[in-house]
Design a protein. Sequence first.
Length: 491
Amino acid sequence: MGFMSRIKGLVGKKAEDEEDGSFLSLVFLLKEPRTLDLQALNELANEAVGVPLTVQEAPAGFHGEGSQVFLAAADNFKYAFQILSVNRPYFDDPKETAEDMPDLRMKQAVLEHGGWLSVDLPGNADAWEDKDEAYRQIGKLLAALAWEDCLAIVNAEVGAINVFRPEMVETLRGPDPLDVFGQFEVSPIVNVADDDPEMVAAVAEARRRWPEFVAAFEKRTEDQVFGVKVPFREGGEEEFMWVTVTRIDGDEVTGILDSDSIYIKNIKTGDDVHVGIAELNDWNYVKDGELIGGFTIKVLQARMKQGQGAPEAARAAEPPKPKPEEKRITLLFLLTQARILDPQALGELATETFGEPFQFQENPAPKQVVGKGGQVFGGFCAPPESSRGFYVTSGTLPYWDNPKEIAESIPDPVCRNAILQHRAFLTVDLADAATCQDDAEAFRQVARLLAALAWDDCMAVVLPGQAMTAYRPELNELLTGPRPLDVFEGK
């Protein structure tokens, strides 16, 4: 079937499919309607999916004046997409939809969104033989449309919803894009009465068992995360939020705020905060894959399971689960100061390094990971048949949360000084490392690109979690050679 035949078969299908909810669709709820440019969408869709899609605009039909419908397909490619940008709320009655959502961020997204954007595969959802692969294709295209105006993401087939965060883009591009509906790194914000007996009992238990938390924190491993929930106040508003603990001094806890507030405007995600345990509301950490603590969250979970709230809100109330160990092919430089990168220059550098045409584009960068002004770039070889790709991250804060503590265990004084004195970092990651079959060759590719990024601001080279060495210009020869990891052996 030719391209135009496939396009004609799509027109008008969304209206029918929406009536029974039987189509595959992922949706962004937007702050306000977004106008898409046909030429830009063509370029973006081709790069995202990796095949020469042709995108054409179709009549907006029942979606209303000012809305846009685009149809994207290619010969010999089984997936034909429908891309919608609609200038009205996604839900017929946002207020009614929001009423059953105890999480205030979700409620706010539903109430305040002014438009929506979706990527669909029209037709009956059950007709797809490999629905997982279909969602992978949708996820890649939707990820390319993720901008700062995204408030929430919705799975139309099952009715799941989650607050959108920039770090979800990587998941949408990955093998399991629907995992975004299980990513609740941001703690839920819910309304609970002050005299709620179950919550009062949960808080009392958290305070009574506080010494357990302190003892576990003092024996923590490098990969463990410890959190406390405490109140923050501004004016007449009060909000309980989670803080990742970095230090405990008697009755005071120092840490990093885990999420942006709904009501408190003088603090934000990633801010360093100091809180007293006198008003401790909850605590938790993970040990051997099991959540320890989380007393108030368990109360909310139990209520959700009893039907006191919408299913999607119940999922949002769950505490973060420990993530499986992810395979990474990564090398990085510790830098004396933050470095600003240009995507065009990165593409030219990679093209010169590998002798193949590379293109880089900047992706959303989570501030709590890379710092204010930090950058994340995705770069792939232009020929679609090539699978070579990298992520380059330029962080504007130290690589470790606690450089002083890390430095104490490093015997080499030059490396120890690099850890203490560095103010930024630059990493090169292999894209799709999880599917890599030849780690040695993968590291050779990553090291070649890292060497091309070596400037006089480099202090040390790091193999995360395994090794580091002080940087010297002569190491570039090793990094571009057949055994780049020999830089950590002094060879």
